[in-house]
Design a protein. Structure first.
Lengths: 474, 304
């Protein structure tokens, strides 16, 4: 990692600060990102549209008479399209998180903060809020001018409209979020009838407020001060990582000039010092200072600079995605061992997860041995152990299962019928005793196996082991 | 502070906790004030801190945002409001009077309101009739595993000292009302110790006789002597024929079912030292409706 020491710089505290506290705790200076057009802005627009579309849309998707994605916390059942997950499947969730973390490593090593610039909820919602802000308040310059001016009726009206729209969108976001945990259609009905439960109300308001606060007010401060990923990403960067950089060899010395003036004869580089790259930056930094931890990799400065280069009839790429090695005149290896390793591990884990989920057996058998006795003898002289079996049918259909036991010769179960019917999604507690003639016991603690198998599907089967205690007859 | 606490402890620990808590909050406030001012020798804002990592990675001494400082003060305000509302300052109970027990009772109340009507619906049907209702039996089975399996076993098969409930043999009678009474009011099965009265020899004799009652062989001299002692001491509860009396909860001694074990040695122990069986009362703990369902389930087991 060779970050330029000129890197980290936040909007510094005003030097004329009277209050001592202000030296260590700066007043927040609002960043007004200028609107930008270009290929990366379009990519982000695509990301925002697709991701927000998925978030707001999927909640309403039906599937087999239920909501397609529903995380039913009270019932501990998690419906994701055709699959129903139980807390027992938490393993898959942990697996998914490992994949998510690894892909974050992979994409960061490859091209820096792709996640931050195009896909992070903080960026996505901030883009949406900025779009509303521009529609209501106008361009960057109009916004700055209005904020400097005193409060007038017109200003108040504009601000009120903006915040009303923000709040409405935030509340709808909170509502949609809660709609993934409690059926959204019922939620919308109780919302219109003002009959939401206390917790539903709380979470709708909580997530609504979080959206409003994060995307409306905190914005880049979340990335700079709160996000841990912003701080540890440098551990994933190397000199071959694609980062957004200003080409100082080509750009410096900076200076304004008339169109058509030959920069070389004027003793200038290609940078016309228009500061558009600073104006479009959502975190308020100057990319020309070098790689900085505040840079979320949104590439707005690339779009802005390329437009200026077009106007000046200079080639694109004064600010561009490049690597530290290229900037230093060295050869860049995009396909390097780190990337290849990440790719192999990521592919293996993803394939493994898909395979495991496709092979998942929606049947669970838990055996709890009674604790109040080691064993007992029946009047017939058999040795008996007692268990409580938990039979869980996690499938979508009612199934008949056959329960059997093996491991000790001639063992029988106290069952009226070995066929047990369990409706979909039901947990059946089955107290059961297993009996055997003690003559077959050659040790006091024996392993037996209970097998639960669907009557009409031999693949739908679970086998679990249990202890069987008894006396040794000699 | 209530009387019991005051009579066992001094007020020291109460004050100690209050002083510690308040002093800590004040110390936090002082710390925030103290660290929010630059001190001589520190690098100036806008300069690097002087530390370097990974050869070139430097850090600026940049100011934190203003609202970050407010968050610190906010935590102090939060703790003061919290300490006013909830218990935290020594034995001070807080304005809301919140307790863990109260929270638990509230949850039990909520659960009772939710499930009470369901249990009440079943309780309206007599036990004998309800015992054929598979839904009632399912609920009864779950209740049994929750509340009864600890002693009687998950399959109600019992263990020494805790009777088997599925063998059709009953200490206090197997009619639905008797079972319900056993659950609601509990039972105390007291077999007095006879060692002091009968003496070692007497106990041996009665043991021999009791063994013969269930059709087994024993020393005839001892058994016939034991029969005399049995007639004077034991018949009051176990009956002339040794078949027991359900009014007393005295077990039948002529069958092969033994609560504490049927070997001559264990029988001797029972006579010598007596036995104390205790089925607790569940009237207050479970309530009549749940007990009704449990009685139904237990009754249904004996029908199989």
């Amino acid at each position: 990692m060779q970050h330029s020491p000129t890197a980290a710089k936040t909007p510094a505290a005003s030097p004329e600060a009277e209050d001592n506290e202000e030296v260590l705790y700066a007043k927040h200076a609002k960043v007004y990102p200028r609107e930008v057009e270009g290929i990366f802005a379009n990519l982000r627009l695509l990301g925002v549209t697709v991701l927000l579309g998925l978030f707001y849309g999927i909640a309403w998707l039906p599937w087999d008479g239920r909501q397609a994605v529903l995380l039913d916390l009270p019932a501990r059942k998690f419906y994701i399209f055709g699959l129903t997950f139980w807390p027992q499947d938490f393993f898959f969730f942990a697996w998914l998180l490992v994949i998510a973390a690894l892909s974050l490593f992979f994409f960061t090593a490859l091209a820096g903060r792709l996640w931050c610039g195009y896909a992070c909820p903080q960026t996505v919602w901030t883009e949406l809020f900025l779009w509303i802000e521009r529609k209501v308040e106008g361009t960057r310059n109009q916004q700055i001018k209005r904020d400097k001016a005193g409060l007038t009726t017109a200003k108040f009206r504009v601000k009120a409209v903006k915040h009303t729209l923000w709040l409405a969108l935030s509340l709808y976001t909170g509502f949609t979020f809660v709609g993934y945990f409690t059926p959204i259609r019922e939620l919308s009905i109780s919302m219109t009838q003002f009959s939401l439960g206390p917790w539903e109300t709380f979470w709708v308001l909580f997530y609504g407020f979080a959206t409003y606060g994060n995307a409306g007010w905190l914005r880049e401060q979340v990335c700079i001060y709160m996000c841990p990923y912003a701080r540890f990403q440098s551990a994933m960067f190397d000199n071959d990582t694609l980062v957004i950089s200003y080409d100082s060899d080509r750009g410096d010395p900076r200076g304004s000039r008339k169109r058509g003036v030959d920069p070389v004869s004027a003793g200038l580089g290609d940078c016309v010092d228009c500061t558009l790259c600073v104006q479009v930056c959502p975190t308020g930094i100057d990319i020309r200072d070098g790689l900085q931890y505040q840079c979320i990799g949104c590439a707005a400065c690339i779009d802005a600079c390329d437009q200026v280069m077009d106007k000046m009839e200079y080639p694109h790429g004064l600010i561009r995605y490049t690597t530290e090695n290229t900037m230093a005149g060295l050869h860049t290896h995009l396909l390097r061992p780190r990337i290849i390793m990440y790719m192999i591990v990521l592919a293996a884990l993803t394939f493994g997860l898909v395979y495991e989920i496709s092979q998942r057996i929606p049947l669970e058998l838990d055996i709890i041995r009674d604790r109040n006795s080691l064993y007992r003898e029946t009047p017939q002289g058999l040795v008996e152990n007692v268990y409580t079996l938990k039979l869980i049918n996690m499938g979508e259909q009612t199934q008949s299962f056959r329960l059997s036991v093996s491991g000790l010769e001639g063992m029988e179960l106290s069952l009226d019928s070995p066929i047990i019917e369990i409706p979909s999604g039901e947990v059946r507690s089955l107290p059961i005793s297993a009996r055997v003639d003690p003559v077959v016991l050659d040790r006091t603690s024996n392993t037996i196996e209970f097998t639960l198998q669907a009557v009409d599907d031999p693949n739908l089967s679970r086998t679990e082991t249990a202890r069987f205690l008894g006396p040794v007859t000699r | 502070m209530n009387v019991t606490e005051a009579s066992f402890t001094s007020n020291f620990w109460n004050l100690w906790i209050i002083v510690l808590t308040v002093a800590n909050i004040l110390a936090c406030w002082w710390l925030i004030r103290w660290t929010s001012k630059p001190r001589p020798g520190e690098s100036e804002t806008g300069e690097t801190t002087g530390h370097k990592w990974d050869e070139t990675l430097a850090e600026y001494n940049n100011p934190l945002p203003r609202w970050w400082l407010w968050l610190f003060y906010l935590t102090i305000w939060f703790s003061m409001v919290y300490l006013a509302l909830y218990p935290g300052l020594g034995t001070y109970r807080g304005l809301l009077n919140w307790t863990q027990v109260g929270e638990y009772e509230q949850e039990v109340k909520t659960a009772d309101e939710k499930f009470g009507p369901l249990f009440a619906k079943f309780a309206a049907t007599p036990v004998a009739q309800l015992a054929t209702d598979p839904d009632a039996l399912k609920v009864g089975e779950r209740l049994f595993i929750n509340y009864c399996a600890g002693c009687h076993g998950s399959d109600a098969g019992g263990v020494p000292g805790f009777p088997n409930l599925r063998d059709g043999d009953w200490l206090y009678g197997g009619e639905p009302e008797m079972i319900l009474t056993s659950i609601l009011d509990g039972r105390t099965g007291a077999m007095p110790p006879w060692g002091a009265i009968l003496g070692d020899k007497g106990v041996d004799e009665v043991t021999a006789y009791v063994v013969t009652l269930s059709g087994r062989q024993a020393d005839e001299t001892l058994a016939s002597a034991g029969k005399t002692a049995f007639a004077s001491y034991c018949v009051a509860c176990h009956g002339d024929d040794g078949k027991g009396k359900t009014e007393m909860g005295a077990p039948n001694l002529t069958d092969s079912i033994w609560l504490y074990g049927g070997s001559p040695g264990v029988i001797r122990q029972s006579i010598m030292n007596g036995r104390n069986g205790k089925m607790p009362s569940h009237r207050d703990f479970l309530g009549e409706d749940k007990a009704h369902l449990l009685a139904t389930y237990v009754y249904s087991l004996s029908l199989k």
